[in-house]
Design a binder for this molecule. Structure first.
Ligand code: HEC
Ligand code: HEC
Length: 287
């Protein structure tokens, strides 16, 4: 009896110690994981960035929902979850990239989010930081440099690949780019201005880009110039759409001709093969 009580008391003290020590350290881990994977698009209590401010989210959504969402928001949306669909629609169908993290890491992130809420409850209702869109005042040379970096006529200082190898952008004088990733014509407004773009380029949260710029980060200046260029393209897009139609049309026509040529080549080869084969078979028979 006595021993039992002693053990219970001991384990209570132990648990208390563990909690006292473990909770802050989990939250700290969570902070690192958050900074690495989420901070390009989310703040906690500092307003909307690319995605919503996550302050208050842990009391708004069950943990299980948060884990599912973070793992793959699109899967959750497709499963018919009304909340998931509503937030996706609110953000104009911007896709949050799937975060391939273990449950423990995701829990740590939200423990950190919750700890920040507790530390600064007033921040939840604070308005978004005023956007300081410096790229609105970019010099023409800076926009031109951003353009050159995009198409690859100016190399990135740390040697990363040019954007056009994976991305297309509709802008005068720029040849069609890669189709591996999204079209960036309206990316500036879709990501809500300078902060969104710079968050993405400073620490790209998409696996293909993370890989491409690992150990070859863009410099602040390069990122600023690219941002200025995206801002300009987005602003000018109304005038671009008309002229963008023609190259596409011509491209389509050219593609058609190439296809016809290709098919006729394949067809000619096939015909030759069968003719030869016929003769060969006939000769075989006549022997
Ligand atoms: C590339 C930008 C981007 C990254 C990186 C990103 N998110 Fe998101 N997130 C979004 C967007 C945009 C939305 C709004 C919903 C939508 O458009 O799908 C969102 C929505 C959310 C929501 C739903 C909020 C609500 O009101 O229900 C949660 C939770 C969330 N993100 C958590 C995370 C976590 C955790 C990480 C890091 C592990 C992360 N996000 C990384 C862009 C991002
Ligand atoms: C190796 C291929 C690759 C290269 C090179 C690359 N990206 Fe990406 N990028 C991607 C992929 C993949 C995505 C994520 C999903 C998508 O947009 O299809 C992405 C997403 C983005 C996004 C978010 C787009 C959106 O609307 O969700 C931006 C902004 C972006 N890239 C900018 C750039 C810039 C600027 C460069 C050049 C400095 C660049 N990328 C180079 C592959 C690449």
């Amino acid at each position: 009896m006595y021993i039992n009580r002693k053990i219970t008391r001991l384990s209570c003290i132990l648990a208390g110690l563990l909690l006292g020590v473990a909770v802050p350290s989990v939250a700290q881990d969570g902070e690192t994981i958050f900074k690495q994977n989420c901070a390009a698009c989310h703040t906690v209590g500092k307003g909307r960035l690319v995605g919503p401010d996550l302050a208050g989210i842990t009391s708004q959504r069950p943990e299980e929902w948060l884990i599912k969402w973070t793992r793959s928001s699109q899967t959750l949306i497709k499963s018919g979850d009304a909340d998931a669909k509503a937030i996706f629609d609110e953000y104009n169908g911007l896709v949050m990239p799937d975060q391939n993290l273990p449950d423990a890491d995701i829990k740590a992130i939200f423990a950190f989010v919750a700890s920040k809420e507790a530390a600064a409850p007033a921040a939840t209702s604070a308005p978004a930081e005023p956007a300081t869109n410096a790229s609105n005042h970019a010099m023409p040379e800076e926009i031109a440099q951003g353009r050159n970096i995009f198409v690859g006529s100016q190399r990135l200082i740390n040697g990363g690949p040019s954007c056009i190898s994976c991305h297309n952008i509709s802008y005068k004088g720029i040849i069609p780019g890669g189709l591996l990733a999204k079209d960036l014509t309206t990316v500036y407004s879709r990501f809500g201005g300078d902060a969104g773009i710079q968050g993405i380029l400073g620490a790209p949260p998409f696996p293909a880009m993370t890989e491409a710029y690992k150990n070859k980060p863009m410099t602040e200046k390069e990122i600023a110039n690219l941002t200025a260029f995206f801002n300009k393209v987005d602003k000018d897009k109304a005038g671009q759409q008309v002229s963008a139609q023609n190259p596409l049309l011509y491209g389509g026509a050219a593609g058609f001709v190439v296809l016809i040529l290709l098919y006729s080549l394949i067809w000619v080869k096939r015909k030759r093969f069968t003719v030869k084969r016929d003769i060969y078979l006939r000769q075989l028979k006549s022997i």
